[in-house]
Design a protein around this ligand. Structure first.
Ligand code: ZN
Length: 336
């Protein structure tokens, strides 16, 4: 069974639209642990999110306070919810901000919902709570998603793959131009065209790389015409006595759609064997997302993987773009 509830209790099937009615009924009665239900909703988001559509309005109106789903799953479950739901949420937010209302409104994604977010923030609501989910509020107009709602599960395969679309463990001189670059480690390169909804990127690939640091850091760089980075700047550096291991952990990642072959537990899919992260989808939301050093716009999230993709440091590694300024940012954070 791909649903592995974090509570340890056995799951129930989510194989038909009727099964969805059963889990929503449990939510309404409040007779099951919200986390147990949450892993069923995560599976639903990863397999047949359209089956949730008939329940969007009711869950927003009546059941949101015990609806436990991660934001990336809510994006699929609440996508396109009716304007009545937007009005319910906007009204509640005017009466006092609750995180579950913020996330549901952020997840709907319609112009009405994105306009309501922009109006709330311009009216004094907390901008950071939206930016932490990857949503940018420009000076005018609706809020913007700075991520693709399409997700791909990222799997690691070790070995020699000279023509890999998404190589892991390239020599440093393949990914940076300067001999004095602060970059010492290559996790992976992402071919951006394979994830629907990512911005057009002139060099095709962006590189997830690291400086000699095991702490929290952000690295900004610009791609040269051949795709290699130059002008690297490292922020919040916590320097490390780095020892190179050029042959270690070389391979590739492959991207697969979400589906019933992943393991859904505790609101994520990280227990799936071989899975190292997610391409597309929103940023993980545990830490502030980078803003473009040039234009200050929130940068576009492309992929987040665990440092275990090619072991160096410890924690999530994320890659962001500013498609206007052609700037990349890589961030490293610890596990919570
Ligand atoms: Zn920019």
């Amino acid at each position: 069974m791909p649903i592995k509830p974090v509570t340890g209790e056995p799951p129930i099937p989510v194989d038909s639209a009727d099964d969805v009615a059963v889990i929503v009924e449990h939510l309404a009665r409040g007779d099951r642990d919200p986390r147990w239900l949450g892993d069923h909703f995560a599976f639903l988001a990863g397999t047949r999110p359209e089956w949730f559509r008939p329940y969007q309005e009711r869950v927003v109106a009546e059941l949101l306070d015990r609806f436990e789903a991660a934001f990336d799953d809510q994006l699929l479950l609440f996508a396109g919810a009716p304007d009545d739901s937007v009005e319910v949420l906007a009204r509640r937010l005017r009466d006092g901000e609750e995180l579950h209302d913020v996330l549901a409104l952020a997840a709907i994604g319609t112009e009405a919902a994105r306009t309501a977010i922009a109006e709330a923030v311009r009216g004094g609501a907390d901008r950071a709570v939206y930016e932490d989910t990857g949503i940018w509020i420009p000076t005018t107009g609706p809020a913007e998603y700075r991520f693709s709602t399409e997700r791909r599960a990222v799997f690691l395969e070790l070995g020699d793959f000279p023509d890999a679309d998404h190589p892991v463990g390239l020599p440093i001189d393949r990914v940076v131009t300067g001999a004095s670059s602060p970059v010492v480690w290559h996790y992976l390169s992402l071919g951006l065209a394979e994830v629907p909804g990512l911005p057009a990127w002139p060099t095709g690939h962006a590189h997830l790389v690291a400086p000699a640091s095991i702490g929290h850091w952000t690295l900004f760089a610009e791609p040269a015409p051949d795709g290699r980075y130059h002008g690297e700047q490292v922020v919040d550096d916590d320097p490390d006595d780095f020892v190179d291991a050029p042959e270690f952990g070389r391979g590739r990642v492959v991207l697969r759609p979400y589906g019933a072959d992943l393991v859904y537990c505790n609101g994520h899919v990280h227990l799936t064997p071989g899975l190292v992260g997610t391409a597309g989808g929103p940023p993980i939301g545990l830490y502030p997302n980078p803003s473009c050093p040039s234009c200050k716009r929130l940068m576009f999230h492309t992929i987040t993987v665990s440092s275990t993709v090619r072991e160096y440091g410890d924690g999530p590694r994320s890659l962001y773009l500013c498609e206007e300024c052609r700037t990349v940012a890589v961030t490293a954070t610890g596990w919570n």
